[in-house]
Ligand binder design. Structure first.
Ligand SMILES: [Zn+2]
Ligand SMILES: [Zn+2]
Length: 395
C-alpha cells in the first residue's frame, strides 16, 4: 500500500475552487433541456480534450466519453455525471441565474458535471493512477424515453469503453455541504406509470340501470388500490401507489362512457415492483369485469430501482472516510425519487453516492434551488481519489 499522500486529498483542490465555481456558475447560467445538451456537451468535450483526454462525442445522443490511461494497469473505472436541465422558470434571483427563461439547472446537474470536470483536470495533471479512467457525461437524465443512460448503453458504452465498475453521484439537499452519503443495496426507487381507461356504457343520469357507469368502477378501483400496499406488500418493505389523475364526465345529467386514471407507482425492490404490477393489474381487471365494464391498462415501467453493489459501496465509503473523515460520511436514507443511473448498475457493479447540498438548500426541482458551490471540491476530490484508489487497490 502506498503512503496516504500518494492519493488525492481535499486540500489538493483548494487552488481549483475558484475555477470550479466559475465553471459551475457558467453551466448554471446556460442550461439545456434533456436531448438538447449540444452546447453543454461541446463545452465539456473541449475542456476534456484540453486536459489531454481521448474524447468521444455523440455517444447515445449528446453523450461524451473521455478516457485517460496511465501506467500499465488493466483496470478501468467509470464515473458518470449528468448534464441536462429542467423546464422550470428560475426564481433564485442569482447573478448567474439561467439566461434561458423556462430552462433551469434545478436538479444540480451543473454541479455534477463540474465536479467530474474538476476530477478530470486533477487526474490528467497528476497521473498518479495505474489503469484507465473512463468519464461519462450523460445527457437526458430527466426526461428521455429512452433515457440518456439507456441510449448510451444501447450505443455500446460498455463494449466500446470497457470498465470494471461505475460510480455516480447526486447532490443531496438537507445534508451539510461537503459531506457524502452512501448506501449499499437499493438507494433510490423505481418509478412506473399506469394509465387506465375504463369503458362503460353512457346514458341518461336518470336511467342508471340502462348504463354501465365508469365513474362507479373508477371509484371502486381507487379505493381497492389502497389495499395493494397495506395488504399485499411485506410490512418490512415499502411502496407507493398514487392515483395522480382521474377524469370522467362532462355534465351532471349524463353518465359518461369513459373514466381515465393515471397512477404513479414506486418501490425499492425489484420483487416488490413485480408484485405491484401483478396486483394492480389483477385488481383493475377484476373490478372492471365485476361491473361489466371493459378496461385498458398501459403499465409503463420507468426507471428501475437504483441498486448499489455491496463491495463497491463499501469501497466508496472507505475512500470518502479517508478523504473527509468518518464524521462527515453518513448512511443515506432510502430516496423515493428515481434516477436512470439504475440502468448502468444493471450492467456493472458500482455505487451511486449523494453529496451534501446544505441543510438550508431548496428541494430538487424547485424554482429556488441552487447547487451548493461549497461542495464542489469535495465532489471533485472524491472522484479523483476514488479513481486513484480503485485502480491501485489490487495492484
Ligand atoms: Zn432531477
Ligand atoms: Zn438529478
Amino acid at each position: 500500500m502506498l503512503q496516504d499522500n500518494a492519493f488525492a486529498r481535499l486540500s489538493d483542490f483548494d487552488a481549483m475552487e475558484a475555477e470550479l465555481k466559475a465553471v459551475r456558475q457558467y453551466l448554471h447560467a446556460h442550461p439545456e433541456l434533456s436531448l438538447e445538451e449540444a452546447e453543454t456537451a461541446r463545452f465539456v468535450a473541449e475542456k476534456l480534450e484540453a486536459f489531454g483526454y481521448e474524447v468521444t462525442r455523440n455517444v447515445g445522443g449528446h453523450g461524451v466519453v473521455a478516457r485517460l490511461t496511465a501506467g500499465t494497469g488493466k483496470k478501468s473505472i467509470g464515473i458518470r455525471a449528468d448534464m441536462d436541465a429542467l423546464p422550470i422558470l428560475e426564481e433564485t434571483g442569482l447573478a448567474y441565474a439561467s439566461t434561458s427563461p423556462g430552462k433551469m439547472h434545478a436538479c444540480g446537474h451543473d454541479g455534477h458535471t463540474t465536479v467530474l470536470l474538476g476530477a478530470a483536470e486533477y487526474l490528467a495533471k497528476t497521473r498518479r493512477f495505474d489503469g484507465t479512467v473512463t468519464l461519462i457525461f450523460q445527457p437526458a437524465e430527466e426526461n428521455g424515453r429512452p433515457s440518456g443512460a439507456q441510449k448510451m448503453i444501447a450505443d455500446g458504452l460498455f463494449e466500446r469503453f470497457p470498465m470494471d465498475a461505475i460510480f455516480g453521484l447526486h447532490n443531496h439537499p438537507g445534508a451539510p455541504e461537503g459531506t457524502l452519503l452512501t448506501r449499499s443495496g437499493p438507494i433510490m426507487a423505481s418509478s412506473d406509470t399506469v394509465n387506465i381507461t375504463i369503458t362503460g356504457k353512457g346514458g341518461h343520469a336518470s336511467r342508471p340501470h340502462l348504463t354501465v357507469d365508469p365513474v362507479v368502477v373508477a371509484c371502486n378501483l381507487v379505493v381497492s388500490l389502497q389495499t395493494v400496499v397495506s395488504r399485499n406488500i411485506d410490512p418490512t418493505q415499502t411502496a407507493v401507489v398514487t392515483v395522480g389523475t382521474i377524469h370522467a364526465g362532462q355534465a351532471v345529467n349524463v353518465i359518461p362512457e369513459y373514466a381515465k386514471l393515471a397512477l404513479s407507482v414506486r418501490c425499492f425492490e425489484p420483487k416488490v415492483r413485480d408484485l405491484l404490477e401483478t396486483r394492480i393489474t389483477k385488481l383493475a381487471r377484476s373490478i372492471a369485469e365485476g361491473f361489466d365494464a371493459s378496461i385498458e391498462i398501459d403499465y409503463d415501467r420507468g426507471y428501475p430501482v437504483v441498486v448499489n453493489s455491496e463491495k463497491e459501496t463499501a469501497f466508496a465509503r472507505t475512500v470518502a472516510e479517508e478523504l473527509i473523515g468518518a464524521e462527515n460520511v453518513a448512511t443515506c436514507p432510502l430516496i423515493p425519487g428515481s434516477e436512470d443511473f439504475s440502468y448502468f448498475l444493471e450492467h456493472k457493479p458500482g455505487s451511486f453516492l449523494r453529496l451534501g447540498n446544505g441543510t438550508t438548500s431548496a428541494i430538487l426541482h424547485s424554482s429556488k434551488y441552487d447547487f451548493a458551490d461549497g461542495s464542489l471540491t469535495t465532489g471533485a476530490a472524491m472522484w479523483a481519489r476514488l479513481a486513484e484508489r480503485f485502480l491501485q487497490e489490487e495492484a
